[in-house]
Write a protein that binds this ligand. Structure first.
Ligand code: ADP
Length: 498
């Protein structure tokens, strides 16, 4: 009997493969970085061939490390960097251009034009997204307009478009399957999240021929089986979800009001909103959540631009710490920030303020301010920014947050997690396995193939790493948040006189 589920985690900087056993424990992990291409300032590309070869090689490596053969793998789940765009020839399987990565800003002028044409509202209504260059739509059009002959071939049905999941499924099945899941489709800016179909009007606005688009199916679904020669046997591909939605699923956030915060370079917050696609009044995104059947399920998504990046800044530019982990010692060395607030609006400030001209600000500094206070203020700023996104989500969704699940590199910081619990006034739950993205993909594949019975079985397998319970008094919280709001105001005032 098959012992493992294989998760393929195709990220922005590396491809990883993790094998999970029936207890949802990691038994093998392999990882490979691949090249980033920056052809011009603000442009980011990957080579689709390298994405595929690195992904296949880590799969082989993870299997070899534990002596697993194809028959030991019950199913494969895929999770991936979202929005990144690939177009390839349906006959040869050759990409017609590099993958244009989500971070790439080359199509920003196109988005400006749409705004000027007054099409923003229409796009928001249909897709749940705030129009931006990082979604796939304008990237597809760019390739069709800049690669010679591409548009004609696309219209003749000779080209296939895919986000990275689609590209992997295509290659794993040797071109037999051209499909994506709802979560990835919802990030293309071409998908109507309400009736869950490719949207005629959006295809017209973005000038995308329907013939390039993949079929869209639920995240948990039998996509196909791997070509027998790739991994020495046929393995069902049974789960696909974009990275953030996979993490939400991997954290067992299956019900409305359940939410997770991933603490990486930035913070990614998602809150499940059940079968309701809630339109945000605060500039958050509405997106499709991962599920194992065809029932609609949605989430609200918000992000904090500078989270772990602020700690990197303290380390690399300010040179106040040697390692990111040291920030915890320094923060714990003082009882508070001595009234100092740091607003790390290095590239503007996001939800719910939305001001691209705001800049970083340190306020409340007195003669006694020491490096410890400054470091603590930087860590606290990550929490305040997350707090603002969470309160906006609660207002939009009309449900209060009870518990926040956390993962990502910076979730290892205990000071940060306790302060998060205190400021948000909710329990923070850090699982033992913080590989929640890969775990989510594995869960989807395992549920679809009967490797695991149902969601309640998965909840039973969850292992607590540490729980952080709020202990701060209300008056103190109110006072701290008041100070934060004043600090944000100062940062916005700086932008006003720009
Ligand atoms: P990403 O996936 O965005 O690259 P990771 O999940 O690997 O990010 O997390 C790395 C980020 O977390 C870095 O920005 C780093 O500064 C921060 N980080 C890592 N460990 C700690 C820690 N103990 N305390 C605070 N920040 C940390």
């Amino acid at each position: 009997m098959a012992r493992f589920i294989m998760a393929l985690d195709q990220g922005t900087t590396s491809s990883r493969c993790i094998l999970f056993d029936r207890d949802a424990k990691i038994v093998s992990l392999a990882q490979k970085e691949f090249q980033q291409y920056y052809p011009k300032p603000g442009w980011v590309e990957h080579n689709p061939r390298e994405i595929w070869s690195s992904q296949l090689s880590v799969a082989t490596e993870a299997m070899a490390a534990v002596g697993a053969s194809a028959s030991d793998i019950a199913a494969i789940g895929i999770t991936n960097q979202r929005e990144t765009t690939i177009l390839w020839d349906r006959t040869t399987g050759e990409p017609v251009y590099n993958a244009i990565v989500w971070q790439c800003r080359r199509t920003a002028p196109e988005i400006e034009k749409l705004r000027e044409n007054g099409e923003e509202k229409e796009i928001r209504e249909r897709t749940g997204l705030v129009p931006d260059a990082y979604f796939s739509a304008t990237k597809i059009a760019w390739i069709l307009d800049h690669v010679e002959g591409a548009r004609a071939k696309a219209e003749a049905g000779d080209l296939a478009f895919g986000t990275v999941d689609t590209w992997l499924v295509w290659n794993l099945t040797k071109g037999k399957v051209h499909a994506t899941d709802y979560t990835n489709a919802s990030r293309t800016m071409l998908f109507n999240i309400h009736d869950r179909t490719w949207d005629e009007e959006l295809l017209r606005i973005f000038r995308i021929p329907r013939a390039v688009l993949p079929k869209v199916v639920p995240s948990g679904h039998l996509y196909g089986t791997t070509d027998p020669f790739l991994l020495n046997g046929e393995i069902p591909i049974a789960g696909v979800a974009g990275d953030q939605q996979a993490a939400l699923f991997g954290q067992c956030c299956f019900r409305p009001g359940e939410a997770k915060n991933t603490f990486g370079t930035g913070c990614f917050l998602l809150m499940h909103t059940g079968d309701k696609a809630i339109r945000s009044e605060h500039g958050l995104l509405t997106t499709i959540a991962a599920g194992t059947d065809d029932r609609p399920c949605y989430a609200l998504e918000g992000s904090v631009f500078v989270a772990g990046a602020g700690i990197q800044w303290l380390r690399d530019e300010m040179r106040m710490i040697k390692t990111a982990a040291q920030s915890e010692e320094y923060a714990d060395a003082v009882p508070d920030t001595a009234g100092v607030y740091l607003v790390p609006a290095f590239t503007g400030i996001g939800a719910p303020y939305w001001n691209p001209y705001a800049r970083g600000m340190a306020v409340g500094i007195t003669r006694g301010c020491r490096k410890e206070h400054f470091i603590r203020a930087t860590l606290e700023s990550i929490v305040y920014q997350s707090h603002d996104v969470i309160r906006a989500m609660e207002k939009d969704a009309g449900v209060p947050l009870k518990e926040l699940r956390v993962d990502g590199g910076a979730s290892a910081n205990n000071f940060l997690m306790q302060f998060q619990a205190d400021i948000v006034d909710a329990t923070v739950w850090r699982p033992k396995c913080i590989e929640t993205t890969a775990l989510g993909a594995a869960y989807l594949a395992g549920l679809t193939t009967g490797f695991w019975r149902d969601e309640s079985e998965l909840i039973g397998k969850e292992q607590l790493g540490r729980r952080f319970v709020p202990v701060m008094e209300n008056a103190r919280r109110t006072e701290l948040l008041k100070g934060w709001r004043r600090a944000v105001k100062a940062s916005l005032a700086w932008a006003e006189d720009f």
